[in-house]
Each structure stands twice: as structure tokens, then as C-alpha cells.
Design a protein around this ligand. Structure first.
Ligand code: ADP
Length: 346
């Protein structure tokens, strides 16, 4: 039998066969004068028996199939709703089962797709991390080997090599710290200590930590002169410090020599918008949507030369999203970049 026949079609077909047999039997009995019925009552009997056999066959078939697929239905129901008591009852029809099974199949298809994506992502992620760690690790290894092979006693190079090894170890620690933080942020293990604070004051504190970075580029940091009041917001002060730190360090790193970096504040309805603007190299349109991705760098060699882990903006985005706020970016190549994020106003 064709697998695509519906229960209705099978019922019609079988009842038609039964009907045919009925007709033959009745016709034979009628013509042999074995039954004493009128012509009309024979037709009525045929019609009624056809209907009865159709509905009987249909109900029997449905019940039979339902009883066979009961276990599958229960398993699917449990996996869909976690409802351990999911059972086929007398109101369950095959159509309902069919719908649930195809919904379940769609869900499973989506799940498989997302597992595949996750698997690809995991492979890429592991590859990228090992690549990131390899560079400083091999450099340290190289310096230590040279020192062990006699460099240790060479006054001209020993301190220099030790210092370089140390710089690379610092870099390794920096990458591992960033990875650890991002991991915590992604697995929701960072608990925000929400408090009210003046974000303008926090920016001034972050400016004070930038002395070393500024020495190299001669850039100037300033707060927009129109910001002549306190901007009290709600958030985790230390996490927002990290956000400001990453954005301001970036604006120095990717800013121009003796460039100018400005932080502005705008009062919106329920939020304060904080913007960090620089007049540096800018970011091309094709990169804009990716700069918040982990390990994404517009210019990898420049980023690494500046000691970047490629995780700074990803951390920034996670922290802002953990505050249920938004971050955006505007940039023009050769003109500069502005990062803006909101914080809840009190
Ligand atoms: P990195 O450690 O490389 O600085 P980030 O996640 O902080 O990593 O930034 C990702 C990339 O975005 C950087 O490599 C850089 O190419 C680009 N970028 C970030 N901030 C700026 C900026 N202010 N101006 C221009 N490019 C920037």
C-alpha cells in the first residue's frame, strides 16, 4: 500500500470493498428471492452499512496507529515540554500527533544546526586562543634558551633578554586575564554590584591612569567643556571603569600622534549617553560590525605591536549588555572614531 495514503482514504477504500461485497451478497439474495425487501430498503441498507463500516474502520485504524506510536509520542512530548505525564488520551487525534511530531522535528533540526555552529565556533575559538598564546610563549622560550646557552653571563644582553621575556610574560598574563573575564561574562558569572555614581568623576579617575599611554603618543585627554555638572548613573562602577579604560586606551592606541581625545555626556530620557571620541585612524565600514567580535583586529600587526589582546571591545560590549544598555560606534577612516554607550540615569 502506498505510504502516502491518509487514514480517510484507506477507510474509504476498505469500506468501499465491504460495500461491494454487501451489494453482491444482497443482489444475489435479492434475485434468488431469499430476502423479502423492497428495492428502496436494499439501497438504504447498502448506504447505512457503507457509512457504518467507514466510521468503524476509521476509528479502529486511528486507535490502532495511536496505540503503536504511543511510546514515540510520549518521548517526543517529554523532550518538548519536559512533561513526564504526557500521554495519548481519547481526545488526541492523528493530526494532532502529526503536528507535534513535525514541530518536534523542526526544533531538533534547529538544535542540530546550532550545535554544528557551536562546534565550528569552538574549533575556531580554540585555534585562535592557541595562536594568541603561542606568539608570546615562543618569544619567552627563545630568550630563555639564549640565556641558558651562555647569554646569562653576557653583560651586554642578559638584562635586555630578561626584560623582553618579562614583557612577553606580562602580555601572556594580560591575554589570560582578558580570556578569564570574557568567559565569566559569557557564562553569566559576573555579578554586578549596582550602585549610583557620577560617571564624569569616574572618567576623570580613568584619565589619571593613562599617563604611561599618553607619554608614547603625546595625545591630550579632555572632557567636553559643556559637561559642567555631575552625571549620576546606576551601574557597577568597577565594570564601567573597565569599559572606559578599554575605550580610552584604544582611542590613544589608534589615535594619531598628539591627537585629541574627548569624552562627552548627553542627558537622554532615562539614560546618560557617554561618548569617547578620537581623531585617529578610524575604522573602515567593512570592519565596523566586527570590532566587537573576540580577537577581531582591523590591523592585526598594529594591534599586537600595541600589546592588544583583541578582546578589549568584546569585554566592553559584554559589560554594557550585562547592564541591559547599548553601545554604538561611528567612524570615518582617517578622521576618527566615536564609541557611545548608555547608562541608566537615576
Ligand atoms: P585590541 O586589543 O586589538 O585593541 P579591541 O577589541 O580593543 O582589541 O579592538 C578591536 C579592534 O578594533 C582593534 O584591533 C582596532 O583595529 C579596532 N579599534 C578599536 N578601537 C579603535 C579606535 N578608537 N580607532 C580605530 N580602531 C579601533
Amino acid at each position: 500500500m502506498d505510504r502516502n495514503f491518509t487514514i480517510k482514504q484507506v477507510s474509504i477504500f476498505v469500506s468501499f470493498l465491504i460495500l461491494l461485497i454487501n451489494i453482491i451478497v444482497l443482489a444475489v439474495l435479492f434475485f434468488l428471492n431469499k430476502i423479502d425487501l423492497t428495492y428502496q430498503s436494499v439501497i438504504l441498507a447498502i448506504f447505512v452499512s457503507g457509512l457504518i463500516s467507514y466510521f468503524t474502520i476509521r476509528v479502529l485504524l486511528e486507535n490502532y496507529i495511536l496505540s503503536k506510536i504511543k511510546l514515540i509520542y510520549q518521548i517526543i512530548g517529554k523532550s518538548k515540554t519536559n512533561d513526564q505525564t504526557k500521554e495519548i488520551d481519547k481526545f488526541t487525534t492523528l493530526e494532532m500527533v502529526g503536528e507535534e511530531v513535525s514541530e518536534w522535528a523542526d526544533d531538533k533540526e534547529k538544535q542540530i544546526q546550532s550545535f554544528k555552529e557551536l562546534e565550528d565556533y569552538r574549533k575556531n575559538y580554540v585555534g585562535t586562543i592557541s595562536h594568541e598564546l603561542k606568539t608570546p610563549l615562543f618569544t619567552v622560550q627563545g630568550f630563555v634558551h639564549t640565556l641558558l646557552e651562555g647569554g646569562l653571563y653576557d653583560e651586554k644582553v642578559n638584562m635586555k633578554y630578561l626584560q623582553r621575556a618579562m614583557n612577553n610574560l606580562d602580555r601572556l598574563k594580560f591575554i589570560v586575564d582578558d580570556l578569564e573575564l570574557i568567559n565569566k561574562l559569557e557564562s553569566g558569572k559576573v555579578y554586578l554590584e549596582i550602585a549610583n555614581f557620577d560617571v564624569k568623576k569616574l572618567v576623570e579617575e580613568v584619565f589619571l591612569d593613562m599617563e604611561n599611554h599618553l607619554k608614547e603618543t603625546g595625545s591630550v585627554l579632555k572632557i567636553n567643556p559643556e559637561a559642567d555638572k555631575a552625571y549620576v548613573v546606576q551601574g557597577d562602577r568597577e565594570n564601567i571603569r573597565q569599559v572606559l579604560h578599554n575605550l580610552i586606551v584604544n582611542s590613544i592606541k589608534y589615535g594619531k600622534e598628539n591627537g585629541s581625545i574627548e569624552v562627552s555626556f548627553f542627558d537622554l530620557d532615562d539614560t546618560v549617553l557617554v561618548e569617547v571620541s578620537d581623531d585617529g585612524i578610524g575604522i573602515g565600514k567593512e570592519h565596523i560590525n566586527h570590532v566587537f567580535d573576540r580577537f577581531y583586529r582591523v590591523d592585526p600587526s598594529r594591534s599586537r605591536a600595541q600589546g592588544g589582546s583583541g578582546l578589549g571591545l568584546s569585554i566592553v560590549k559584554h559589560i554594557i549588555e550585562a547592564h541591559k544598555q547599548a553601545i554604538n560606534i561611528r567612524s570615518n577612516v582617517g578622521e576618527g572614531t566615536t564609541f557611545g554607550f548608555t547608562l541608566k540615569k537615576i
